[in-house]
Design a protein around this ligand. Structure first.
Ligand SMILES: [Zn+2]
Length: 243
């Protein structure tokens, strides 16, 4: 073989060229095969993180929603602890109230009397046990489901009466309106509506209430820090409801 022939042969080595190309494409495939799992891995990590973030966002949303809507109420009534016995005072037979509100309550009755209005105290403190009897026995006697009964009476552990800060009031001259919505037409109610706030009394269940019926006879005392603490959740709830 002369030089030219060798050169030609050396120059014309398509096989070698192909071998080179083939080798390159093989390497490229190998690179892809090597890199692909890494990409897949990274993508799946990113996907998981995104998924986790979405889930967290959903959970956060539910949490936020719950903290706004959630309260511990049952059928529209908030839970209340029973007052300790040493804070209870008897103001007349069968009527016991929280010692903090005695003076204010009696003064309110005195001042109403000066205006010719006779307030009658119908019910003050009620123990959780008594509330249980009232709720379940009347529910049964009247063949009511719990939600129906709860419109007119609090479930045990959920009555403002257990705190000693609630009082049901009637009109001495209109006893037929005791515990009736018609009480709102009596002089006693009209007087209370105008004056009760002076003595730190507030109507608990007004006409805007969603789950509990309007109770013009049921008033609660908010004239001490303890009482305000007790009714804080309720006041916050009604503030939110009225938004
Ligand atoms: Zn009441």
């Amino acid at each position: 073989m002369d030089r030219k022939e060798r050169e030609n042969e050396a120059f014309d080595i398509p096989v070698a060229e192909r071998k080179y190309l083939k080798k390159t494409s093989l390497n490229f495939n190998q690179i892809i095969i090597l890199i692909l799992p890494i990409f897949l891995f990274l993508f799946s990590i990113a996907g998981l993180r995104l998924n986790r973030n979405t889930k967290l966002t959903t959970a956060e949303n539910i949490k936020i929603q719950n903290s706004e809507d959630f309260d511990q109420s049952i059928l529209g009534h908030l839970p209340y602890n029973e007052i300790s016995k040493e804070n209870l005072v008897v103001i007349e037979p069968n009527i016991e109230v929280h010692i903090d509100m005695r003076e204010s309550l009696l003064r309110m009755r005195e001042d109403a009397k000066k205006d010719g209005v006779l307030l009658v105290f119908l019910s003050g403190f009620r123990s959780i046990n008594l509330q249980e009897e009232i709720f379940y026995s009347l529910k049964s006697v009247r063949n009511q489901v719990a939600a129906e009964r709860a419109r007119v009476s609090a479930p045990p552990g959920y009555s403002e009466h257990s705190t000693g800060f609630a009082i049901d009031i009637g009109d001495f001259y209109k006893r037929e309106t005791d515990f009736e919505v018609e009480f709102e037409n009596t002089d006693a109610f009209i007087w209370l509506k105008k004056n009760a706030a002076k003595y730190h009394f507030k109507l608990s269940f007004n006409k805007n209430n969603k789950n509990v019926d309007y109770e013009p006879w049921h008033w609660r005392y908010e004239g001490s820090i303890e009482a305000l603490k007790v009714f804080e959740a309720s006041n916050r709830k009604s503030k939110n409801t009225n938004k």
